[in-house]
Design a protein around this ligand. Structure first.
Ligand SMILES: Nc1ncnc2c1ncn2[C@@H]1O[C@H](COP(=O)(O)OP(=O)(O)OP(=O)(O)O)[C@@H](O)[C@H]1O
Ligand SMILES: [Mg+2]
Length: 332
């Protein structure tokens, strides 16, 4: 995307100028591109959600994928209905199969147990979003990201991790993920895919939550997501997009003012960098503390372990010279 001398991008200049009617039209257009619809039913006493692909879904999915490819947006729709059914059911079972069911039902339909609770997106828009909910969502993403996926030959990622796809059950305090229609481009490294999930979730917060609350909310989420490597990858993804990707960005940010989104992303980047710095310091301190407390470890008295300080000191003492270790380093 062309950047002006004052550092503003095309999206930043255009979106505030776009009249509300046009923004609404863009939103309606994106909605009309929906390739499936959902309805609720009761089947054999279970409340279920029926998700059905539309007649032209395969063509629409291919068109959308062409746009994603041309704009370097790292997600794809499953264009073949059968592939989508398989993935939607497989992911739902992988994440929610401990209690809930999902299966193919007919040529264009999947049938999924209705999860209890409400979407975080609805809580956010009603102003009832809480720290507990954000922490539950982060824990669920963290758990899901630890699961292996054959399709990626790596850690699993969602691909459409918006707050509309996180259900929260107030009674149990548990968040669960739904909607597996998009998938990340599988050439992307695991950490980048997972960081993209965090970004998509945070973009909802950044675009909708009022000034005083968005940052504490973002931090509740990030602090409860315990994979520091993914958060480090996220730091590099907190920027406005280039080229045609800004249309998708508009969808992701509910067409919020890009200048405001950019300011908030910069703030978040700064906070994450500090967070990483503090974590690194805390980890170094913890390592030092552990070394000093070897006497508390479960070893027999007088028998220093391979990593113990006593042994390390004695090895140094026995070395031919301070620069030459007596033992070669071995892999553990
Ligand atoms: N298993 C489920 N339990 C409860 N509600 C569900 C479930 N699956 C879908 N829904 C509801 O149906 C809506 C649409 O489903 P889903 O997100 O899977 O499809 P979608 O076509 O991607 O829709 P959207 O564009 O709204 O995200 C969800 O936002 C949610 O309100
Ligand atoms: Mg959805």
């Amino acid at each position: 995307m062309p950047i002006r001398e004052d550092g503003t991008s095309l999206a930043e200049r255009l979106i505030p100028l776009v009249p509300q009617a046009l923004t609404n039209a863009a939103a309606t257009f994106v909605d009309s591109l929906k390739i499936s619809s959902t309805s609720e039913k009761v089947r054999r006493g279970r409340r279920v959600v029926i998700k059905r692909r539309h007649v032209y879904s395969e063509q629409l999915a291919e068109l959308a994928n062409l746009y994603f490819r041309m704009s370097s947006i790292p997600v794809r729709f499953w264009s073949k209905t059968k592939d989508w059914q398989r993935w939607e059911v497989k992911c739902f079972r992988k994440l929610n199969g401990d209690r809930f069911r999902a299966f193919n039902s007919g040529a264009k339909t999947v049938c999924i147990d209705k999860l209890p609770g409400q979407r975080l997106w609805d809580h956010m828009n009603r102003g009832t979003l809480t720290r507990r909910m954000l922490e539950a969502a982060a824990r669920e993403y963290c758990r899901a990201h630890q699961l292996w996926s054959d399709e990626f030959a790596g850690g699993w990622s969602h691909g459409d991790a918006s707050m509309a796809n996180v259900m929260y059950n107030e009674k149990t305090g548990r968040a669960r993920l739904i909607d597996f229609e998009l998938i990340h481009e599988n050439s992307l490294p695991t950490k980048s895919r997972q960081a993209d999930d965090l970004l998509v979730f945070l973009l909802d917060l950044i675009s909708v939550v009022p000034t005083r609350q968005w940052l504490p909310f973002a931090l509740y989420f990030l602090n409860a997501y315990e994979n520091a490597g993914v958060i480090a990858a996220l730091e590099n993804q907190l920027a406005l997009p280039n080229g045609m990707a800004w249309i998708w960005w508009g969808v992701r940010t509910s067409f919020a003012n890009p200048a405001r989104v950019k300011r908030r992303l910069a703030k978040l980047r700064h906070v994450i960098a500090n967070l990483a710095h503090h974590r690194a310091i805390a980890a170094t301190r913890a390592r030092k503390r552990r070394r000093a407390s070897i006497t508390c470890q479960e070893i027999s008295p007088g028998m220093p372990s391979a990593s113990s300080r006593t042994l390390a000191i004695s090895e140094i003492a026995k070395a031919a010279s301070p620069g030459i270790p007596r033992r070669l380093p071995t892999k553990r």
